[in-house]
Design a protein around this ligand. Structure first.
Ligand code: FAD
Ligand code: A2P
Length: 408
């Protein structure tokens, strides 16, 4: 049976001010009796109009359920039920509707998270993500606020930083989530193009703080078929966007590859190429929120062909070591031996082992599918050499929301 993410109101916190019901555009989606304010799962369209105005936050509660709570049950509650039921799909991908569960984007995300194996949980302190608010049938329309190449002019990798502005449309995202872009036009079979997923590269409060915008890091895909050079549909559409163009966006997607919110968490990020996008978002979030004395560390292993191919090379180098330790490695720099992220992990094995021994460590892998195996092997060897059992540790970390893989 499919699971859904049900919107609920916390009766212990709700002050019965009626703000949610007043702001709800759908008659009957939020209602009340003499005891409780409740959400009708059949009518709520997850527009989120009720969430921001709620003075207490009682409105912002969600449960993964296979059988939704009825209005009658909610009217009876003195407190919210425990989170006992979880999604029957891969990773507890939270979804707004049964239809949305079958959405192509979630299937793509399932594949992207396969490397993690087993049941996936978000970090315990992660913020609640909003998922699948916008669908192919009801996409958000974003306006391109900027499109900049972020790899050097002579580099073969054409990677762009694209800023999308959502104007007055609410499009909440968290670091680590992805959005779907619907390329215009039809494929060779005359069907509308599939959605392409792109990781959000900016923090939750916007590419520019407190603006309703977000950024993407997109690599132009070009490949050869029967001796003919062809262009990837989605990436070329996005990389060619001009300022002022309008884009159909779905999502957001992803409810597990999220950053911990507590400042004691150590965040280890391992990526290649555009896999750096979610890590730009997480790093910037930390940079903006950092307080003197915060204990949590960040470490980034980042692999690219050359310096010129490494997205955000300039700004990344400007980040202070006190915020993030950068381990940049290159596979095709002249006069330098080829180095992959897994080679660098092995070179830093003593420090990596110390991180692995710390229960505050959260690990994230993003980028090429091919790197998963190499990184796994590097962790396994590091563990063997430092008296740790990698398979057991990996399971423990996964089960506590501390090991995350997203590869494509
Ligand atoms: P497509 O047209 O879909 O082609 C993709 C590939 O398929 C080609 O490279 C080629 O190898 C092959 N192919 C297609 N047609 C043919 C053919 N006729 N013959 C032979 N081979 C063919 N990408 C980013 O750049 N940045 C991101 O932040 C990012 N985040 C992602 C997050 C997630 C969770 C996932 C799942 C993917 C992410 N991607 C990201 C990848 C992105 O979604 C697209 O897959 C990528 O941009 C390629 O799409 P495309 O439409 O340009 O290429
Ligand atoms: P390579 O020089 O072998 O292609 P890309 O530019 O294609 O997005 O790749 C980003 C980086 O990831 C490149 O340095 C690339 O090296 C490297 N890479 C390729 N395969 C793997 C792998 N199996 N494990 C780790 N890194 C890899």
């Amino acid at each position: 049976m499919s699971a859904i993410r049900q919107h609920l109101i916390d009766p212990e916190v709700c002050i019965r001010c009626n703000t949610c019901e007043e702001n709800c555009p759908i008659d009957g989606a939020i209602t009340h009796n003499e005891d409780n304010y409740v959400v009708n799962v059949e009518l709520c369209n997850y527009c989120m109009n009720c969430v921001a105005p709620c003075p207490t936050g009682a409105i912002d509660h969600w449960r993964m359920v296979s059988t939704p709570y009825s209005l009658e049950e909610q009217f009876e509650w003195d407190e919210l039920p425990d989170e006992t039921e979880v999604a029957t799909t891969e990773s507890g991908l939270a979804n707004a509707s049964h239809e949305a569960l079958e959405d192509e984007a979630n299937e793509i995300l399932d594949v992207a998270h396969q490397g993690q194996q087993g049941k996936v949980l978000p970090p315990f302190s992660a913020a609640h993500p909003f998922i699948n608010i916008y669908t192919r049938e009801n996409p958000a329309i974003a306006t391109v606020a900027g499109n900049y190449r972020i790899t050097s002019e002579d580099s073969e990798s054409d990677i762009h930083h694209i800023v999308l502005d959502f104007g007055t449309t609410a499009f909440p995202v968290l670091e680590g989530q992805s959005i779907g872009v619907i390329p215009p036009g039809k494929d060779a079979r005359g069907k509308a193009h599939n959605v392409r997923l792109y990781s959000v590269a900016s923090p939750r409060d916007g590419e520019r703080p407190n603006h309703n915008n977000l950024s993407l890091t997109v690599k132009r895909v070009v490949f050869e078929e029967d001796g003919v050079v062809k262009k990837g549909v989605g990436s070329n559409y996005v990389c060619d966007l001009k300022k002022g163009d309008q884009v159909q966006v779905t999502g957001a997607f992803g409810s597990t590859f999220l950053m911990p919110n507590h400042p004691e968490a150590n965040i280890m990020m391992i990526c290649t190429g555009t896999g750096s996008a979610p890590f730009r978002a997480m790093t910037e979030r930390r940079r903006r929120k950092r307080q003197p004395g915060d204990k949590g560390k960040m470490m980034l292993f980042f692999g690219a062909r050359t310096k010129g191919d490494l997205p955000y090379f300039g700004p990344l180098n400007k980040l202070p070591d006190s915020l993030i330790r950068k381990e940049l490695c290159f596979s095709r720099e002249a006069d330098q031996p080829k180095e992959y992220v897994q080679d660098r992990i092995l070179k830093c094995a003593d420090d990596v082992a110390a991180w692995l021994k710390d229960d505050q460590t959260f690990i994230y892998l993003c980028g090429l599918k091919g790197m998963e195996l190499g990184v796994e092997e590097a962790f396994a060897k590091t563990c063997r050499d430092h008296g740790l059992d990698w398979p057991a540790l990996r399971n423990k970390m996964r089960e506590s929301g501390r090991y995350h893989v997203e590869t494509y």
